[in-house]
Design a protein around this ligand. Structure first.
Ligand SMILES: NC(=O)c1ccc[n+]([C@@H]2O[C@H](COP(=O)([O-])OP(=O)(O)OC[C@H]3O[C@@H](n4cnc5c(N)ncnc54)[C@H](O)[C@@H]3O)[C@@H](O)[C@H]2O)c1
Length: 312
């Protein structure tokens, strides 16, 4: 079994650790300081409680899962016995590259270094590494303990063994890894997500409908089908002649904006950043935030329960 170390205890770091521990791994998590670790610990407790309340496991098991996760604020200690290091630090190219250089001076070349980057190409991240063959991208989705997909992306020099070990670890974590055939910025999931987000922004900027109705047009239509059939299978079921005919007149009408839309840019300028600042496209009063987050978490847990049931 790989000895997993997760570098970064933030939004993704601690939720991925939870996912690993739930599957029986004993991850070590590095946080930059005591406050960082305390936040992660609090986040873990909240997530475990919600998972237990929703019947994924009982309270005793929740405690056992928590006891498998070890935190440290010492980088050296975190990676001491690691065979698989998952980097989950902020999305800054040079910060990540410097960290890999530091790690390579400390760990054996057989240890894998994987990045949870949201979209940097692995070859770009590994450019300054002495052993790029051990480097790979493993892109988890937020919340990392509830979303099954992990996108695995090889760089130009990633060794076959690195890919094999990464896929094996992710399967052991009960994730649904997909291996891309080529490296592309944004991989697959974010390219699809941002194609939808670009069009949603363009519709909002054009005043085509209210934000509520634009969101409803997704959640009550394609959103209902997408958990069952992806866009290509959906087209097969609708008839490819129909989907092709529509593509042929509609594509030229769709947004090809190269930057964030007007409304989004204004909101960001005003530091209205969504849930975390209390206002974004929507108002996020604490009670509203709590309710929507709970509803989303419960729905994601229900999906996971369905997966577990179907897999027997
Ligand atoms: N948040 C998301 O929705 C999401 C989803 C998928 C992938 N990602 C990717 O995961 C990575 C981490 O994102 P996040 O949202 O968890 O970030 P975050 O800011 O919540 O956490 C980052 C963590 O990295 C560590 N850290 C912070 N500064 C550091 C430094 N200077 N040196 C070393 N470690 C440092 C800390 O432990 C911190 O908690 C990014 O590459 C991001 O693009 C994020």
């Amino acid at each position: 079994m790989e000895k997993l170390t997760i570098l970064g205890a933030g939004t993704m770091g601690h939720s991925i650790a939870l996912s690993a521990a739930w599957s029986g791994q004993t991850p070590t998590v590095y946080g930059i300081n005591e406050q960082d670790v305390a936040n992660a610990d609090k986040g873990l407790a909240q997530k475990l409680a919600v998972m237990a309340d929703n019947g994924l496991f009982d309270k005793n098991e929740a405690q056992e899962i928590r006891s498998r996760i070890r935190f440290t604020t010492s980088l050296e200690e975190a990676i001491q016995h690691a065979t698989f290091i998952l980097e989950v630090v902020p999305e800054k190219l040079q910060l990540k590259r410097e960290l890999y250089k530091q790690l390579e001076g400390l760990v054996d070349p057989s240890a894998i270094i994987a990045s949870n980057t949201s979209g940097f190409k692995p070859s770009l991240l590994a450019e300054e590494m002495a052993h790029p063959g051990r480097f790979i991208v493993a892109h988890f989705w937020n919340p990392g303990h509830l979303i099954p997909l992990v996108e695995v992306v090889n760089g130009e020099q990633t060794e076959v063994e690195t890919t094999k070990r990464t896929m094996a670890l992710l399967k052991l974590m009960n994730k649904k890894p997909i291996l891309l055939n080529k490296e592309l910025p944004g991989f697959i999931g974010n390219r699809l997500q941002y194609a939808l987000f670009r069009e949603a922004q363009a519709l909002l900027d054009a005043g085509a409908a209210s934000k509520e109705d634009i969101d409803a047009a997704v959640t009550y239509s394609i959103g209902r089908r997408l958990p069952v059939t992806g866009p290509l299978m959906t087209a097969d079921m609708g008839g490819l002649d129909v989907f092709s005919a529509i593509s042929n007149y509609l594509f030229e009408e769709l947004s090809d904006d190269q930057r964030s839309g007007e409304i989004l840019s204004q909101l960001v300028e005003q530091r209205k950043l969504g849930d975390k600042t209390g206002e974004g496209f929507y108002n996020w009063e604490p009670e509203v935030s709590e309710e929507i987050n709970r509803k989303r978490e419960q729905t994601l847990i229900q999906f996971l329960k369905n997966d577990l049931e179907q897999e027997g």
